[in-house]
Design a protein around this ligand. Sequence first.
Ligand code: F6P
Length: 365
Amino acid sequence: MADKIKKIALLTGGGDCPGLNAVIRAVTRTAILKYGYEVIGYKYGYKGLYNNDIVPLDLSSVSGILHKGGTILYSSNKDNLFNYQVEENGEKVYRDVSDVGVENLKKENVDVLVVIGGDGTLTSARDFARKGVKVIAVPKTIDNDLAATEITFGHYSALDVATDALERLHTTAESHHRVMILEVMGRNAGWIALRSGIAGSADVILIPEIPYDIKKIVSKIKSRGEQGRPFTIIVVAEGAKPLGGDVVVQRVVSDSPDPIRLGGIGDKLAHDLEQLISDHEIRCTVLGHLQRGGDTSTYDRILSTRYGVAAVEFIHEGRFGNMVCLNSNKMTFEHLENVIGQIKTVDKGDELVKTARSIGTSFGD
Ligand code: F6P
């Protein structure tokens, strides 16, 4: 058990994700109601830690936020205090200003920093832990691509949106005998495409882990036509690529620690299919940030609450330097040193891939 914990601070970093508010609420409520800790939040992720931009968190400030997407603490996906942009003599330069963060924690008498974020945010959490800061990390990402944990909160909310979109696309596909393509997020992992493809009954699922052969997709479309199903629904992960080809980069955010933003493979696929198919019109919809917005799903409200409560229990037990994980449906923990950079992608032999193949879904291979 950890001695003398009186005050904890929270921050959210990286892209917003459904369930962040639910975690903030669960941490704050458990900390106050069960252990009597004082709770504050840093606004705008690590930037707030640098600027000492704090907000007190109490029961009323976290009231009514369980279901809401986004984060009441705001977020930043650029501000890494170990490589932070500052101005010196009118020039923008990058410096390690992490000591300012450590000093600010001391100034506010913060005993433990709870960091909620994805790989970039967690890397800084590990680096603060190396500097002696007592840290507990909570993983978030709609992509579900962190190896140490089975499911990250936010993933199932994004799946609900993607599944709903696939269902809606069936209407036009069936009425006009079209090929409808839905491009979903997920970076270099195909989890969103795979799961929503199964739930939204896509005929073709294209994921980064299984490069596609466009001729196989054409065969699938044709064979569906021959079977009296003259329309096809394709879900394509933003990180998918053709055999021997490369991912489509939408933009480079140069001041982000993770600068590559994927996007555009859906349009490329539509264009390439149009060259090979004349009897169907083809349309592409890019789902984009709709997957991160709106209310948090029922599943994620429960999962996020479990993550938040577990984070405070691990503080109470003194398990600093760890990230909260879900394994075998139990809340557990893994040291930050072991989790950073460990990306979880879809294994070609994954049971979900086999399941989809068994019901006739094509992976374009
Ligand atoms: O990691 C979450 C995610 O939504 C990815 O699926 C997507 O590639 C990326 O973030 C988009 O980032 P941004 O919000 O910076 O465009």
